[in-house]
Design a protein around this ligand. Structure first.
Ligand code: ADP
Length: 777
């Protein structure tokens, strides 16, 4: 710069050549040129510019070297508003100026730059100058780099402070071995319930931490200089001022802070509250544990099938169900080593393929099959498969399966099925139907047999009310009453009633029911069976009738047997008192003889009937002629007919009619009918006997003009002891044996006997039909 100044043409400058410069300027310039520190001088009324080497590095080619000796206002026009007043202050004798990191933006290297300076403007005395001040000495340092660096650091610090303030993680700085809080961020304060901690030791600020070993931990980090790291550490802390202690879980680091010599001066605490995460993790663990115990309790198991890795991952429970023991529960998928397929019961093995096919289109499907365990036991499984992932083509990639051991239920089902079937068979065999009435819903269930019994098909909907409509009106009220009595008394209920089926038929129903009650003895439902007892009822009626007939017969028989006894006893009495020569002796013998004969006949008839009913009566069958039979019958009946003064007209076929039979027995049949005609016809009546051949049969009709037979008695009279009341009262009344015997005998011959009458008082006709014998006599 010295050389430059010496070579400079000063003629254009207000300073003139250096030789003419005043001493004070020359001294100041020498001082300036000899220092490495940037310096500047403005001199004279024009404030001509002078500067040294160190300074010219700060001004750029815009001002160096052409500004040398030029007026300040011209060189520094762009910053004159800043420096002009400061120069003026110095030149006017108002003292030096001092500026630190002053921004003075100047144009250098082609652009305006923010340039910072720390500088002083000092007066340079000159006696010759007006006011004694010849110029201004500028001692300056460009501080642009320092200013910018300091500013950057400040911004960094601000950012860190903000981070510290706003960080979701908690941070605190502890100083010294007593761990005194220097700073603590809001997250930290929140963790400790916004207690004022700064300035206090951990022991003072958080007394609960000591008891939980945290101070001991800090002590050991401080002593060892080794960081400590914790995951999910538990801390019981008051998270609200004066609030209850709460359990928090923390991830944190105790980071020792060391000085330049490596000595620990404090500990930086940094961490995050992971309570929510930890709780979620724990509850997940818990729910998984309870899920697994639920699986075990329900004898259930699960596995996941992964088609990409060709593996099956079994849960412990799943393996237990199948009797498998695989390392890590990892099984193989497909091929002969597939444990699942191998475990399937041979008859169910095809289902593996079936389920595979189902999974192609269904995300969820049911699966039921048997598994044979390694110990040889067979178990029934029931469960579902669920597709959890498919590839781009929709093919299942992963499947979760869950199954339960339902062996017991299956066995119970099977037992129930067999029992039901047996019950059904039993009910069917016994012509029984079952029913069940839910008293709360009034829902009535019938078994199929019940529908049959009531003569309705299964479209019929039975209800508590409409069932009563089936009951015979005479039986209905009693049934309802007895049933509700039985329910009220908690008794089983047996009843019998008639029902009328829709087709009009009447059926006797045997009913057995009982009710079930709740804890308060309220009836919940009634159940029982109904059965068709019509046959039993009919048999009962027959037995009852037979019993009645037997009673009547005994009464009649006693009567009939006693009747001949009276004249016999009378005759014997007379015989006892008359000499054997008395002419009345013959009369007495006659009476005794006739009466005994009647008793004998009666007893013989009885014996015949008894033999008939025990099928012990045998016929002496021979080829006989109908005329002979009729003649013998008339011979027997004639006295009775004549006694009543009846006229008998007989008409026989022209030719002889032959038949195969017992002559005596058939004569007995015809005589009985003829005698009846005589007996039940008022005196002087008319009786006709007409025999004719009708095809393969012989018909013999005996007709009278007698009392006739009421229609309702037509069938009865052929039964044993079947007498008609009005006829019985007649003196000739028989024993009710004759026609029964006659029918038995005719039927033994393969024939029939029947009675006809137009009604009481209108006479009767009996027709006996017998098979005609083949050929001729
Ligand atoms: P009985 O010894 O009472 O005649 P039967 O068996 O021969 O016994 O007859 C049974 C009943 O049939 C008689 O009691 C009578 O009531 C009735 N009966 C039989 N034949 C006639 C008839 N020709 N006219 C009217 N009633 C008759």
């Amino acid at each position: 710069m010295g050389a430059l100044m010496r070579a400079h043409d000063w003629s254009g400058s207000s300073l003139g050549p250096p030789s003419g410069w005043p001493q004070s300027l020359r001294t100041a310039v020498r001082l300036m040129l000899n220092t490495g520190h940037p310096m500047y001088i403005w001199w004279g009324p024009e404030l001509a510019c002078l500067y040294n080497d160190a300074y010219c590095r700060s001004i750029g080619p815009e001002r160096h070297p052409q500004s040398l000796g030029r007026p300040a206002v011209e060189v520094w026009a762009e910053i004159w508003p800043v420096i002009g007043p400061q120069i003026e202050q110095v030149m006017s004798g108002r003292g030096a100026t001092w500026h630190v990191d002053q921004l003075v933006p100047i144009t250098r290297h082609g652009r305006v730059e923010d340039v910072y300076w720390t500088y002083s403007y000092s007066p340079i005395d000159d006696e010759a100058a007006p006011g004694g001040i010849g110029g201004v000495l500028v001692v300056c340092t460009e501080t642009t780099r320092q200013v910018l660096t300091a500013r950057q650091l400040g911004a960094e610090r601000d950012r860190l402070a903000r981070l510290f303030e706003q960080a979701p993680i908690f941070m605190a700085l502890l100083h010294g071995r007593e761990h005194r809080f220097e700073i603590a961020n809001p997250a930290y304060l929140q963790l400790v319930g916004h207690r004022p901690v700064v300035g206090k030791t951990v022991a003072e600020a958080l007394p609960e931490a000591a008891g939980q070993g945290y101070i001991a931990l800090l002590d050991s980090v401080f002593a060892s200089g080794e960081a400590y790291r914790a995951n999910g550490a538990k801390l019981d802390v008051q998270t609200t001022p004066d609030g209850p202690h709460e359990q928090r879980f923390l991830d944190f680091v105790y980071q020792p802070i060391k000085d330049a010599g490596g000595a620990v001066t404090g500990i930086f605490v940094l961490g995050a509250d992971v309570t929510l995460r930890t709780q979620a993790y724990h509850s997940l663990r818990e729910s998984e544990a309870s899920f697994r115990s639920a699986l075990r309790a329900g004898r259930m198991g699960s596995w996941e099938t992964d088609h990409r890795s060709k593996s099956r991952i079994w849960s412990q429970e799943g393996m237990a169900l199948f009797g498998l023991d695989l390392v890590d529960g990892r099984g193989r998928l497909g091929g002969p080593d597939d444990e699942y397929v191998a475990a399937l019961h041979p008859e169910d093995r095809h289902l593996a393929q079936h389920y595979h096919a189902l999974a192609q289109h269904q995300d969820s499907f049911a699966a039921d099959y048997r598994v044979v365990r390694p110990d040889g036991t067979t178990v029934w499984m029931s469960g579902r498969g669920l597709v959890t992932a498919r590839d781009a083509d929709g093919k299942p990639q992963r499947l979760v399966s869950i199954v339960a051991d339902v062996t017991e239920a299956k066995q119970a089902d099977e037992k129930l099925r067999v029992e039901r079937e047996r019950l059904r068979l039993a009910l069917g065999a016994g012509r029984m139907g079952a029913f069940e009435l839910d008293m709360r819903t009034n829902e009535l269930w019938w078994s199929p047999e019940t529908f049959d019994l009531f003569g309705v098909d299964e479209t019929f909907v039975p209800t508590r009310e409409n069932v009563l409509d089936f009951l015979h009106p005479d039986d209905r009220a009693e049934f309802v009453k007895r049933r509700s009595d039985a329910i009220a008394r908690g008794m089983p209920f047996l009843d019998e009633f008639r029902i009328q089926r829709p087709d009009g038929s009447t059926v006797w129903i045997g009913y057995q029911g009982r009710a079930e009650y709740d804890a308060d003895s309220r009836p919940l439902r009634t159940l029982g069976i109904v059965m068709d007892i019509s046959e039993r009822k009919q048999v009962e009626r027959i037995l009852r009738d037979a019993d009645q007939q037997k009673d009547d017969f005994i009464a009649t028989l006693s009567h009939e047997l006693r009747n001949p006894l009276a004249p016999i006893r009378n005759a014997i009495d007379i015989l006892r008192h008359i000499p054997p020569t008395d002419p009345r002796v013959a009369w007495c013998h006659g009476v005794i003889g006739r009466q005994t004969e009647q008793m004998t006949r009666l007893l013989e008839d009885l014996l015949d009937v008894s033999r008939l009913s025990r099928t012990q009566l045998t016929l002496r069958i021979g080829r006989i002629e109908l005329g002979a039979v009729v003649r013998q019958a008339i011979e027997i009946a004639q006295p009775v007919i004549d006694a009543a003064g009846h006229e008998l007209v007989v008409s026989m076929p022209d030719e002889n009619v032959l038949l195969d039979g017992d002559l005596t027995r058939l004569a007995q049949v015809f005589s009985n009918v003829l005698i009846n005609a005589a007996k039940y016809t008022p005196a002087n009546g008319s009786i006709s006997l007409r025999a004719l051949r009708e095809g393969e049969h012989i018909a013999v009709r005996v007709k009278d003009t007698g009392i006739g037979i009421a229609a309702e008695n037509l069938a009865r009279i052929f039964k044993m002891f079947g007498q008609v009341e009005s006829a019985l009262n007649r003196s000739q009344g028989g024993q009710g044996i004759g026609l029964a015997l006659a029918r038995g005998l005719v039927e033994l011959h393969g024939g029939t006997i029947e009675a006809r009458s137009e009604g009481l008082g209108k006479g009767s006709e009996f027709e006996i039909r017998l098979p005609a014998g083949q050929g001729r006599a």
